[in-house]
Design a protein around this ligand. Structure first.
Ligand code: FE2
Ligand code: FE2
Length: 415
């Protein structure tokens, strides 16, 4: 399809793809095995390279370079596994509903998407047709999405390993979720091969820094990440089904079943949180719930507004798409979190838009020609402005939600 044409023709109501699980998760790393194709033959050599910018699609350096992290860059997570073990010890925690976990385990064992992720020749053909600015945008989309999925794989795999003795049922579910995420990451990485690239995931595992979150925060963040992922995938899928002229790369056709994996993952975290009512039923839980919702929504909004060309390239209006995803995710989240931001209040979107403007100025400062000291001085008022917008959004009257009843002196679950 004519990429340039679609770039100036944003349209339908919603729009944008994947990668959703980037919570406070930032954009992906730039380590590749770049497949250097010979002029004629397919024989290729594999070189680890670092892409210095999202626009760089040529290979040169063989040197590994550190990743430039920003606040918005997707991260890998680690947690306190000893505390996790205590939380899932049935001797200690009587709230664990093993029957519910058994039922969930059977669902995961069914493996509905075992044969779903099968590629065909359409991928390469579509990739070859993607030229100009849209091509690089697609590469970045695949790269970010792959990293995000891989981040889930690493965390779930380790949880599956560490909880094996304490709670084999929960541990097996984590392992099966890591199976799903590996599949998702692998499929996206195969997509990169259509563009003669591949993320070196083994190298990435070792090279990237891991962000530590206490178990409680892992629950909030991961639940949100899965649910927002679900809403992003399904929204894109439905949009492209209704507007097939924007179906410029076949990966989106897989999103319908794919997003059901993310939905199941989110439901599992919902069950985990119900088994830990102390994370849901007090004033601190309310404050943290709102904080995580806000962080995840703002991160997505700022990230996507930096990449409107991608969303517009598949016929979506970035802001409309993001607001749709935020509102739906918030409604879903309100079923379990004790409080959520009032994202349907028009003032919420106005604040998001102000943050986008400030963030654009911050990016412009970073890209300017000033010396580092001057850049930092210029950043100060902008960071203050961004922080005050965030704080103002956080302090907006929230919505009390969740399914936990606050009986006096004795909180009680009423699921
Ligand atoms: Fe996934
Ligand atoms: Fe997932």
């Amino acid at each position: 399809m004519a990429a340039e044409m679609t770039l100036v023709k944003p349209i339908s109501k919603f729009g944008n793809p994947a990668a959703a699980r980037r919570l406070l998760l930032p954009p992906p790393p730039r380590y590749y095995n770049h497949v250097v194709a010979n002029n004629k033959k397919k024989s290729s050599s594999t070189i680890k390279i670092m892409m210095s910018s999202a626009a760089a699609a040529t290979t040169k350096s063989t040197k590994k370079v550190g990743i430039k992290e920003t606040l918005l860059t997707p991260r890998f997570y680690t947690t306190d596994f000893d505390e996790m073990e205590r939380l899932f010890n049935t001797e200690i925690n009587k709230n664990l509903n093993q029957a519910e976990f058994e039922a969930l385990l059977q669902e995961f064992k069914t493996d509905y998407n075992q044969t779903h992720f099968v590629r065909n020749k359409d991928f390469k053909e579509a990739a070859d047709k993607l030229q100009g600015p849209l091509r690089q945008i697609f590469v970045e989309f695949l790269e970010r999405s792959c990293t995000a999925e891989f981040s889930g794989f690493l965390l779930y795999k380790e949880l599956g390993r560490r909880l094996k003795k304490t709670n084999p049922v929960v541990a097996e579910i984590f392992s099966l979720m890591s199976r799903d995420e590996a599949r998702h990451a692998g499929f996206l990485n195969k997509g990169l091969s259509d563009f003669n690239l591949a993320l070196d995931l083994g190298f990435l595992t070792k090279a990237r820094k891991y962000t530590f979150f206490k178990p409680k925060f892992i629950f909030y963040a991961t639940y949100l990440s899965e649910k927002i992922g679900y809403w992003r995938y399904i929204t894109i899928y439905r949009h492209l089904k209704a507007n097939p002229e924007y179906q410029c790369y076949p990966i989106f056709k897989y999103f319908e079943n794919w997003c059901q994996d993310e939905n199941r993952h989110g439901d599992f975290f919902s069950a985990l949180m119900k088994a830990q009512p102390q994370f849901l039923n007090d004033w601190k839980a309310k404050l943290w719930s709102r904080f995580f919702c806000l962080s995840v929504y703002v991160t997505m909004y700022l990230n996507d507004c930096q990449r409107t060309a991608f969303y517009e390239g598949i016929g979506l209006n970035t802001k409309e798409f993001d607001m749709h995803v935020i509102i739906e995710t918030n409604r879903t989240t309100a079923r379990i979190f004790p409080a959520v931001p009032d994202v349907e209040n028009p003032e919420f979107k106005r604040k998001l838009d102000r943050m986008v403007e400030i963030n654009e100025k911050l990016i412009a400062v970073g890209e300017g020609q000033d010396i580092p000291l001057v850049k930092n001085l210029k950043r100060i008022p902008l960071v203050v402005a961004l922080t005050s917008q965030l704080l103002a959004a956080y302090l907006m009257p929230p919505i009390d939600s969740g399914s936990v009843d606050f009986a006096e002196f004795e909180p009680q679950l009423v699921y």
